[in-house]
Design a protein. Sequence first.
Length: 232
Amino acid sequence: MTDDSGDGSVDVVGALKGGVGKTRLAMLAALYLATVEGEDVHYVDGDSVSQTGNDWYRDYERATGKTFPVRVTRHPFDDVDELVADLRAKHDRVIVDVGGGNASVFAAALTYANRLIVPIGADPSEIRRLRATWRAAQMAGAESAVGGFDASVLLSRTDHSTTLPGEYRDMLTSGRDAATGAELPVYPLLTAEMRRRVAYQRSYATVPVDYLDVPAVLAETGILAAAPEGAR
């Protein structure tokens, strides 16, 4: 869902739990859109616990002596909505990395959002925290300044040498816990996954050549019109 103001798109990658892979997705999406698609992208690091996105660009510039191809602003504060409102008028796209347990910053970041992607791992603790993230997103949607946003859940850091990704995919989409029979919420879970954990870890402080699963995620969420040929 988008507004008709002519401002740039605002895409939020967020979760009220750290360590779920949101910064990797947010930064790699920003870099892909800037370097491959030629968009003018501004990245907002709104995580009040860990500023990995901000560190990513600083460490890249220190190591290479080159200018990072995406503008980055660290702003983990409750008025992040005011910053996003300003940036969306100046750039093709604003990508906001937000979470780390700060519900007020998370809600503010969604004020002008067109999309929300919530990454989670196939892990019981992350599934439990998904409920809190989803409730916070629903409340923020009611206060949206642009008529709401599309929201989706993404399985990240999946290891398909185990059965866990399939088990949790069934749990999130069926509305029932197969082990207990208990009813569960149904979430809009993306078909695409972020599978290559080690490769994504190694991408830190780089501008990658291979974006792995990221183009497929961007295509499925509508950020890209279609996934490039050969995208995972």
